[in-house]
Design a protein around this ligand. Structure first.
Ligand SMILES: [Zn+2]
Length: 167
């Protein structure tokens, strides 16, 4: 039985995300080291906790879960033979190889930001004033056509409309 290509891509995705968020971990570590060296238990300690929670629980975790949601969506696409994890300075993308219809492409593009709207919505009910909540909700910006998810939504939606109304 053939392994799912998403399972093959997972270690590479985790490694790339870990490298991408490592500067955030260094910043959080620096704050903790400073608070420990100064034996500060007042505002610096609270700032360290807040910055750490935002950078790790908000920025890094939402980044990881966004990409895992895309990978999970790709795992459901039967025609995908391989998934390449491509990383540049400002962009991480999962590029499927094989056959993938417009409906599948639309699903995979929507599942990343969509998961965060759902997750951020749940967080909003629990902690409406938290920066972490807004960090998750901000993933909706990836549906703007300037980003890969937004472009894929437009292209795949056009393909579906064209296919259902030819000519
Ligand atoms: Zn995305």
């Amino acid at each position: 039985m053939r392994r799912n290509p998403a399972a093959d891509a997972l270690p590479c995705l985790l490694r790339v995300v870990a490298l991408s968020v490592s500067p955030l971990l260094i910043v959080v570590g620096g704050f903790w080291a400073l608070a420990a060296v100064l034996e500060h238990d007042g505002w610096l300690y609270r700032l360290t906790c807040d910055v750490g929670a935002f950078l790790i629980g908000g920025v890094a975790a939402s980044y990881l879960l966004h990409e895992l949601a895309h990978l999970g969506g790709l795992a459901l696409c039967g025609g995908v033979r391989r998934i390449r994890v491509e990383n540049s300075r400002w962009r991480l993308s999962l590029t499927p190889e094989g056959e993938m219809g417009a409906r599948s492409a639309l699903l995979v593009a929507l599942v990343g930001p969509g998961t965060y709207l759902l997750f951020g919505g749940l967080l909003y009910m629990v902690a409406p004033g938290s920066w972490i909540t807004w960090c998750y909700l901000s993933h909706v910006v990836f549906l703007v056509p300037a980003f890969g998810d937004g472009r894929t939504v437009i292209v795949s939606t056009r393909a579906l409309i064209t296919r259902s109304h030819p000519g």
